[in-house]
Design a protein around this ligand. Structure first.
Ligand code: ATP
Ligand code: MG
Length: 445
């Protein structure tokens, strides 16, 4: 509470802070979000780092007199008396009766867009993204990324509680983790290197050290198409764990993490959840069905003709989302046992049917947010699989040190932060859930 006592300034004031300081003179700092001039007085809404605070200017409150230079987006320190009242609905609220406004800085120009409404109305996504440093000052835009902080925080807190160690793997690498067409090439003092498309190879190496590791970091994918769910740089929340009994251990760990995250959002990010009307899912147990059974459901129940029997297209993911909701009342569904041909070289094949793998994807409201599974830990098996995939094991000598010198049964996953945020908030485009998106047409701001 002493945060706003006396003349101590703060940028984050809460209802509780005001309640504790009712009747006292305090100072807060922030931006002038809005000025509403009335006859004989004015409302000055101050935007702090966390909320908007109503302040009232009237000559009878003090000797302070209104400064005509005051305008929206001026940075100020406001001193005033905390006064409680009841709003139209009978809820207690607090405002500051202004005793003084110190101008800390004045903007050089007026804003190019209106940001002081509850949300950015009728502004195209591209304009919002072009103007990110200021469009994010809008309370709703700001809340999106505060909530996103909560997701990462939940992931981190939960995994640390489960004895995982946080790691950071290099993003400039000599070999691309999974190969394929979507790696960015980079000239590295005359040598060709790649931007990391996943921390996969390093996570696995560190399972050999810490048993359980996680990383929250950017990864890079040269996506050649402009879609509503692909970025060229996104935040991957990855974990990898050793001494597993099966890939179900990974799915259980993810379920635990998601439960923890949703609970954290509901409790500590309540303000953002309410402002954004985020639909926080109730998670009990997440249903799981096998890949081929999912294909059958798509064809038989939904009469949809898949274009590719080895993977799902976005339409099929949506149908599976509908199925999960209807059949299990779940916003999530695990699809397990993906075909070997579509999974990376480190994926463990199902010993009972090597056409398929001990792997899974997690769909959230009809969108893939995670891929994971058990990895190969046997040296000879891994070398053989690499050769089968047309790779040269010699190029992966350091990666194979794990297998060569002993690795426990292990597995892990990658969860796309922006994709999870996107569907929590019901966004149509992943860019809405990305602070500074990088896509095929955008590298600024
Ligand atoms: P998709 O099939 O949707 O293109 P993927 O199977 O290629 O995705 P993975 O390599 O399995 O992606 O990556 C793991 C997770 O990372 C995905 O489930 C998703 O949440 C996220 N992800 C992958 N690619 C992107 C991207 N380009 N932009 C944003 N998130 C992504
Ligand atoms: Mg995937």
């Amino acid at each position: 509470m002493d945060k706003i006592n006396g003349n101590l300034t703060t940028s984050s004031v809460s209802y509780e802070d005001f309640k504790a300081n009712d009747g006292k003179v305090v100072s807060i700092h922030g931006y002038i979000h809005r000025i509403r001039e009335m006859t004989g007085f004015a409302f000055v809404i101050i935007r702090t780092a966390t909320e908007t605070v109503q302040c009232v200017y009237a000559p009878e409150f003090s000797d302070y007199r209104w400064d005509e230079r005051l305008c929206e987006e001026a940075c100020v320190r406001v001193t005033g008396k905390v006064v409680g009242s009841l709003d139209a609905k009978g809820n207690e609220r607090f405002e500051l009766q202004i005793h003084g406004i110190e101008i800390l800085s004045l903007p050089a120009e007026g804003l190019p867009i209106v940001i002081n409404k509850k949300q950015l109305d009728n502004i195209q996504l591209n304009t919002i993204l072009d103007l990110r440093p200021i469009s994010m000052r809008n309370p709703k835009e700001r809340a999106i990324f505060k909530l996103q902080e909560g997701i990462q925080r939940g992931f981190r807190e939960y995994l640390i509680s489960q004895n995982f160690t946080e790691i950071h793997s290099p993003k400039i690498n000599f070999a691309g983790a999974e190969g394929g067409t979507n790696v960015f090439k980079l000239d590295y003092f005359g040598k060709q290197v790649y931007l990391a498309q996943s921390p996969q190879l390093y996570k696995q190496a560190l399972v050999g050290v810490y048993e359980r590791v996680f990383e929250i970091a950017p990864v890079f994918r040269a996506e050649h198409h402009d879609t509503s769910r692909h970025l060229n740089e996104y935040i991957s929340m990855d974990f990898e764990m050793g001494f597993i009994n099966g890939f179900e251990d990974i799915m259980n760990m993810e379920t635990g993490a998601l439960k923890y995250i949703m609970n954290l959002l509901k409790t500590e990010y309540k303000k953002e959840v309410e402002l954004l009307r985020a639909d926080i899912p109730e998670i009990t147990d997440i249903p799981a069905i096998k890949f081929m059974d999912a294909k059958k459901i798509i064809m038989e129940k939904f009469k949809y003709k898949p274009t590719d029997m080895k993977d799902f297209d976005p339409e099929e993911e949506q149908l599976l989302g509908k199925y999960a909701k209807k059949e299990f009342n779940s916003d999530f569904i695990f699809i397990t046992h993906y075909p070997s041909r579509k999974r990376p070289f480190y994926t463990m094949d199902d010993p009972s049917d090597p056409e398929y793998t001990l792997s899974f994807d997690l769909l959230f409201r009809g969108l893939e947010i995670t891929s994971g599974g058990q990895r190969i830990h046997d040296y000879n098996m891994q070398v053989e699989k690499m050769i089968k995939c047309g790779m040269n094991p010699e190029e992966f000598e350091t990666y194979l040190m794990l297998h060569k010198y002993g690795a426990p049964p292990h597995g892990g996953l990658g969860l796309g932060l922006e994709r999870l945020t996107m569907h929590l908030l019901g966004c149509k485009n992943v860019r809405e859930a990305t602070m500074f998106p990088r896509d095929i047409n955008r590298v600024t701001p």
